[in-house]
Design a protein around this ligand. Sequence first.
Ligand code: ADP
Ligand code: MG
Length: 729
Amino acid sequence: MSNLRFKAVATASARKAVEVPAPSAKVSDFFGSKVFNRTQMRKYLSKETFKLVLDAIDKGVPLDRDIANHVAAGMRMWAMELGATHYTHWFQPLTEGTAEKHDTFADLDGTGGVIEEFTGKLLAQQEPDASSFPSGGIRNTFEARGYTAWDPSSPAFIVDDTLCIPTIFISYTGEALDNKLPLLKAIQAADKAATAVCKYFNRDVKKVHSYLGWEQEYFLVDEALYAARPDLVLTERTLMGHESSKNQQLDDQYFGSIPSRVSAYMRDLEFECFKLGIPVKTRHNEVAPNQFEVAPIFEPANLAVDHNLLLMSTMKRVAERHFFRVLLHEKPFKGINGSGKHNNWSLGTDTGVNLLGPGKNAAENLQFITFMVNVIVAVYKNNALLKASIASADNAHRLGANEAPPAIISIFLGTTISKVLDDIEKSDASSPIKVVEKTGTRLSLSHIPEILVDNTDRNRTSPFAFTGNRFEFRAGGSSANCASAMTALNTAVAFQLVQFKKDVDALIAKGDKKEDAIFTVLRKLIKESKAIRFDGNGYSDEWKAEAKKRKLDCETCPPLIFDSYLTKQSIKLFVDTDVLTEKELHARNEVKWEIYTKKIQIEARVLGDLALNHIIPVATQYQGVLLDNVFKIKSVFDAAKSKTLASQDLALIEEISERVNIIKSMVDKMVEARKVANKIEGEREKALAYATKIFPFFDEIRYHIDKLELIVDNEMWTLPKYRELLFIR
Ligand code: ADP
Ligand code: MG
């Protein structure tokens, strides 16, 4: 088995040939070549159909069956010309990732032959036999059907031989069973609320887009080494493994030169992404060995989410061609950084104004500050919910460790914005900050543009940081669907903007001038939401104590963090904005708890199995070798001399016995604890039992396994070690 560890190096040089762009090709030559985008639509659809589809995409106007038939026919023709033989509705069930079921275009023609067909009906709606997707009890098994429905705002694309159509997934009674539908509703709520507020400043604004630019971190490991680690194969993380003597302590990895085997992977990945219309822009080494990042140019949030999901599956597909496995898990290795997915988020109008970027004049800056303050308040009031939106069993390893944001949501604004807000707060009727309506600029608001461009005013430890023209929600996990965070954030902001508008309108109704009314409400909001603002070191213990005093949510246990979805306030938030019903919220939490339980359960089983059938047998085998040696020493030397000569061996023999005994008894206890937990009825209570009664065994068992790894003969140790897994050659 240990030979597997060395085979890996050999396979690296035997890489298969992969499709590469022609040497002279530019990205613009193949960008979006596998996407049924506007250019293709214009070619494959009639003028009339094309126009109606654009209305559906841009304005949400429903398409009738006839038009859907035309679109489907054009889409099929395009797809078949590119070699597609199958189609699928591509959707986002409540497990992370995506689901698809492929059907061929070929159908019987009724006269004994076969024709290729794709109707509007098949494009618009399907019933995947999806009874085994999690639904939190919304669908009982006897009414197990749900259906998928086409989302025209995200274009269809081709992967291998299959035309993929982005869809939502709902139950027969209309409840969302996926991550896309609530996201679309949250984006819509934010659009409506933000557009209404924009009208204070510019009556021409008709739509506000929510934008997302994610940054995807990941690890690569050699495929052969991966295959020899059952924990990686089954849980995507190492449940044991002593730290490598060298890992990230020299800081020689971040932005370092990319190993050639990895850069070949990245080039191939980028090529595939470009063809799929994913505008990947940035690639670099991350802090930990074997850790990397890829980031695109930001896009409207719905499309950005689809592109991130598509990227994650593409990463896995391309990795196989390079004899790699890509690890999207938040914490594959202990002792080095884990992986996150920063969500860069902003709102922008259809008139081209970034509402979270400082403006060119005083009026635009008042609008900017208005949105800024409302986002701050939304995050403040819903900090627990936002944390719940990114919480998972996997992300829990990362949050609060000294590499990722703490498990407390706070906002970093930087000195400039902080000062502007402080100035507004202090201003009053006698020293007002006013904005002159037509010409001229006044006071601090007009200074923002010059100062803001300063990129040094950054804080790497903040979970929610203002970075000049956007907020960066950094607490998200690398394997997560960004839809969850984007849904919570857009919903919270939508709800707050509605409240803000009500308050301002009330003052205007009383006779206040518009600007005065806005300032009065902003002043109040700035005062109210101060507790969420924190520019210091988020990793420090002082901050944890301080955050508690400020009454920010400090919960760290995922099953309890999920409770924040079901508080009175959260339910009101989602219901009032029409994003999720109370029933849906309850159902979704059932799924969250269930997934949490299953993850820990699987990890516990794998850890127990490996401890008993990989670690203990190897350790005792080595102990046997040592015992043998002791006997031989004794047979050659006299008793006194033997004692000295065998002392090392004897100490090791004892250590191995002690550790093996502890491991065995802990695994037994963990199995017992699991049996008790499995009998618990409610999903929440069961998840809580797994978090508090089973999970704590992991580190204790691992501790002794890792100590054994240090002393057992390297030749005998069956599992590839960190020093092998973490350095790609
Ligand atoms: P950094 O590592 O410095 O945070 P990156 O360049 O890796 O920055 O990623 C920044 C991400 O933010 C990119 O996806 C970029 O397109 C995105 N971004 C830039 N401006 C905006 C904006 N106004 N709204 C949303 N995302 C943005
Ligand atoms: Mg970033």
